[in-house]
Design a protein around this ligand. Structure first.
Ligand code: F0G
Length: 497
């Protein structure tokens, strides 16, 4: 729709004006820093940095209903820079001129309602939000669009020169980082650090294809993360992990979209999130809090964090009552939710603070952490994918977590659950293969259920005189004979009359 076709009172705000109200603030000592530097931790005390919008209170002068109308109208506007996460420009990157925004088709992923059988199985209404339908096939593109757009802005305004962008990853951050960096061509070189043997072949192919330098580090993600943190401290590099607060900003768009897709009525809703490095849950909680603060939503949804019993530091923290909680990293064990196989989540200090605020506003029980088994994750993924979804193992973890929460009474029957399906099924097919071939190493503790297994069936009709080969595709009566005999054999296998 063309700008001039929108009603006057909306039209003037359709193209956002930029404002420079954002600053970094240290989560520990509260020191403030301006945005012009590449900063990820506080130079004075080393704590995480948050982005603070000193102009946020001014946004409250616009009534919630007007924000809703603005965001809903913007969906119809065909300006590429505002087509992705920057549809919510005022909340995500108000300092960015549109020409510095990098848009590769991220965000606005569909919510797909589950079929009656799956809803009955879980005991609630269910919608999967398919974040695997992002350009690099995971939710990471939301945060990467934001981090890379900000970096592009620093480069274009001469504050940063050609830069090397680095990240540690379980596979999806690296795919997104390499993709977005490659779009900027010579301005940004990209290097990714991966735990050797702990990313799937599909995930590994992504940064390789995008031309990034791919470095394999011994150990698990937590080791690679420590190395990259050291690099960011001692060298002049741009860090693209969720320690970078711009990543969090972009990922807040998940919450804004959920609100928009449910017409801003989030009462009686539970949002279910698989947790690894805890960047996503940080972003999702922050996003809902901002919407609530601005009066755009009138109720905060329940938020459920899900972890595997093989990588569950966040669950363990919250399994103690308030006052008795002490955070301790865990030593991870092999997990089918490999992308979330993290023992020392970088954003944990952010989560602790946000959950307190969330529960203050929405009441006790508005946040909960649940633990699921590896077996439940695999079974749930397959169940989802047999019900019309495209869930990866982490999406399966969301479904398993919902089921657990319903069984524990943490989610009342009748609530509407929105499951974060964080990546596309195809990135994690190697775990499906292990399940179907019953080849899981014992440490995974997964035993395939016959009813969920599936295998390809070779068809060789004994009645066919000849079978086609690479050299001879058959023709005439031989081809006719092969087709007739094979059709008969297929009918026999399928049991059709
Ligand atoms: N689901 C998928 C598919 C992921 O790739 C990740 C994290 C998570 C869930 C957990 O999200 O870390 O924000 O709590 N992957 C990161 C990576 C760590 O490097 O790709 P989180």
């Amino acid at each position: 729709m063309l700008l001039e076709q929108f009603p006057q009172e909306i039209r003037e705000r359709m193209i956002p004006k930029t404002r420079d109200d954002l600053t970094y603030r240290c989560l520990g000592c509260e020191a403030g820093y301006d945005l012009s530097r590449l900063l990820y931790t506080c130079p004075s005390c080393g704590s995480l940095l948050m982005l603070v919008d000193t102009g946020f209170d001014k946004l409250k002068e616009t009534p919630g209903k007007k924000w809703q109308r603005l965001f809903d109208s913007r969906r119809m506007l065909n300006v590429p820079a505002l087509k992705g996460v920057y549809l919510f420009h005022e909340l995500i990157g108000p300092h960015l001129p549109l020409e510095h925004i990098v848009y590769l088709g991220e965000g606005h992923t569909p919510v797909v309602r589950s079929n009656p059988a799956l809803r009955h199985w879980a005991g609630t209404d269910i919608y999967f939000k398919n974040d695997g339908q992002n350009p690099s096939a995971s939710f990471k593109d939301r945060g990467m669009a934001s981090a890379i757009s900000h970096l592009n802005h620093l480069i274009e305004t001469g504050r940063v020169k050609k830069v090397l962008a680095v990240c540690a990853s379980t596979g999806d951050t690296s795919a997104a980082a390499a993709l977005y960096a490659s779009y900027l061509g010579d301005k940004v070189a990209s290097a990714v650090l991966l735990p050797e043997g702990k990313v799937t072949p599909q995930q590994l192919s992504q940064p390789l294809g995008a031309g990034a330098k791919v470095l394999m580090i011994p150990g698990v993600f937590d080791h690679a993360m420590k190395v990259v943190e050291r690099l960011a401290q001692e060298y002049d590099v741009a860090l693209l992990n969720s320690k970078n607060p711009w990543r969090i900003k972009g990922q807040e768009s998940y919450s804004y979209e959920v609100a928009q897709q449910f017409d801003y009525a989030l009462e009686g809703m539970a949002v279910v999130v698989p947790v690894g490095n805890a960047g996503n849950i940080t972003a999702i909680l922050t996003g809902f809090l901002s919407l609530f603060d601005l009066g755009i939503i009138k109720a905060l949804p329940r938020v459920l964090a899900v972890q595997s019993h093989h990588a569950d530091p966040v669950f363990r923290y919250y399994s103690n009552p308030p006052g008795k909680r002490v955070f301790e990293p865990v030593r991870v064990r092999p997990s089918v939710a490999q992308a979330a196989m993290i023992g020392n989540p970088v954003s944990m200090p952010r989560v602790i603070r946000l959950v307190e605020k969330y529960e203050d506003l929405a009441g006790e029980g508005a946040f909960a952490a649940v633990q699921v088994t590896e077996q439940e994750i695999m079974d749930s993924m397959l169940l989802a994918d047999r019900s019309g979804h495209v869930a990866c193992t982490q999406g399966g973890e969301s479904l398993a977590g919902l089921k657990r929460a319903v069984d524990l009474g943490l989610v009342p029957a009748g609530e509407v659950a929105v499951l974060d399906s964080t990546a596309h099924h195809l990135k994690f097919v190697s775990f499906q293969e292990k399940y179907f071939e019953d080849s899981f190493e014992p440490e995974f503790e997964v035993v395939p259920k016959e009813e969920l297994m599936n295998r390809p069936v070779p068809v060789r009709s004994k009645r066919a005189k000849r079978l086609p080969t690479e050299e001879d595709h058959l023709s005439g009566p031989e081809l006719e004979d092969f087709v007739a005999a094979t059709a008969q054999e297929v009918a026999r296998i399928l049991g059709i009359a």
